[in-house]
Structure formats: structure tokens, C-alpha cells
Design a binder for this molecule. Structure first.
Ligand SMILES: C[S@@+](CC[C@H](N)C(=O)[O-])C[C@H]1O[C@@H](n2cnc3c(N)ncnc32)[C@H](O)[C@@H]1O
Length: 199
């Protein structure tokens, strides 16, 4: 894995490159690991046996590594706009062999075939997405029938805009979106929000 250090700010595309990606990785895989364990606990119950899971904006892939560890039956794919983050995710997922991989890609143009994923998850990424209309269209395209999207983000993330985009694009029209503030790990307050979208 080769990641060049540097200030890591590319405001045209994505800020999570270079030294910033490396520092994020250190925090996510170290002191913040409890957060990903908590999120994985919230997700595993929703995974059908043998499910294929996509994590959008996977960053260093720590959430996927937690899911891989607790659910040996599932196949995992992480996608991230930043090649440096995708490289870090590939490194964290290497112990899980062919059932876990990381790809470079944009939520607005996912590098996956249609109807190829059972559950989409995303943590702390949605508030960075530049094109919510294309994002919801792509999420709906890759989901298999009966699947679901679970988005976890800070409560101030644009959940309302994402739901409005789904309405405007006429996707996820089956069941009403379910949005809830949740507590994760030892946090005393529900600082994260979980949004579940179903086709
Ligand atoms: C704050 S990090 C979160 C990473 C990881 N999900 C976590 O919970 O630690 C946000 C990530 O979203 C990625 N990202 C931002 N916009 C994206 C887009 N349009 N498509 C895919 N990934 C994106 C960034 O490159 C970054 O790795």
C-alpha cells in the first residue's frame, strides 16, 4: 500500500487523501474502534444469511472489518471516492480474502452491477455526498429486491434532503423512510441518526 503524505486537501473532489487519510485511519482503527463495533452490532441483525453488503464511503473500511469478523457468512464490498481510503480499506480487509474487497468509486456512479447487493450501509459519509439525486438513484439501482439501505451519520447531516431526493427520483417508494436518533457504544447521548430506506 502506497499513500503519499501531504496536507491531503483536494477541495475539488475529496478531502480524504494523503496524510489526512492516514490520520483518519489511525483514529478509526484505534481509539474510535468502539464506534464501528457498535455500528456493526446495529447492522448484523439486519443481514440475511450469506448477504452481500456494500459500504458506501467506507473510508479505511473499519466497519466492514468488524462485520467480516462477526459474520463469516457475508460478502463485503467497500466503495470510496478517495483512492487512498480504498487502499487503506483493502489493507484492513485483506485478512478476509475473497469475501471482502474495496473499490474506488463515487456514490453517484457506483462501480457495481444492478441488483447485486442485499444491504447497503454507510457511516459518517452521507454529509459529504455532492449529488444526492444521483446517490439515491444509484443506491436503488444496486439493491436486490427485498434489500435495504442503512445510513448512519451525524444528526445534522442532510437526511431530509436525501429523503426528498428519493421522492423526487421516485425511488425507495415502498415503505416510509425510517429515521431514528441512536446511541452507539458508551456514548450517553444519541448523537448519530440512522435512516433506513427500502425500495
Ligand atoms: C468521514 S469519512 C467516513 C469513513 C467511514 N465510513 C467511517 O465511518 O469511518 C467519509 C468518507 O466518505 C468518502 N466520500 C465522500 N464523498 C463520497 C462519494 N461521493 N462517494 C463515495 N465516497 C465518498 C470520503 O472519501 C471519506 O472516506
Amino acid at each position: 500500500m502506497r499513500i503519499r503524505r501531504g496536507h491531503g486537501h483536494d477541495h475539488r473532489r475529496n478531502a480524504f487523501t494523503g496524510g489526512r487519510a492516514l490520520r483518519y485511519n489511525t483514529t478509526a482503527a484505534g481509539g474510535m474502534r468502539w464506534l464501528y463495533r457498535g455500528l456493526a452490532q446495529d447492522i448484523v441483525g439486519a443481514l440475511p444469511h450469506g448477504a452481500r453488503v456494500l459500504d458506501v464511503g467506507t473510508g479505511p473500511g473499519v466497519l466492514l472489518a468488524e462485520l467480516a469478523r462477526s459474520r463469516p457468512d457475508v460478502e463485503l464490498v467497500g466503495v470510496d471516492l478517495s483512492p487512498d481510503m480504498a487502499a487503506l480499506a483493502a489493507w484492513h480487509l485483506a485478512p478476509y480474502g475473497h469475501r471482502a474487497r474495496a473499490l474506488v468509486g463515487d456514490v453517484a456512479a457506483l462501480p457495481l452491477s444492478g441488483r447485486s447487493v442485499d444491504i447497503v450501509v454507510s457511516s459518517l459519509s452521507m454529509h459529504h455526498w455532492a449529488d444526492l439525486d444521483s446517490a439515491v438513484t444509484e443506491l436503488a439501482r444496486v439493491l436486490r429486491p427485498g434489500g435495504a439501505v442503512r445510513i448512519y451519520d451525524v444528526w445534522r447531516a442532510p437526511f431530509g434532503k436525501l429523503v426528498a431526493a428519493a421522492g423526487a427520483q421516485a425511488v425507495f417508494a415502498g415503505r416510509a423512510p425510517h429515521r431514528k436518533r441512536i446511541r452507539v457504544g458508551w456514548l450517553p447521548l444519541p448523537v448519530l441518526t440512522r435512516l433506513v430506506l427500502t425500495p
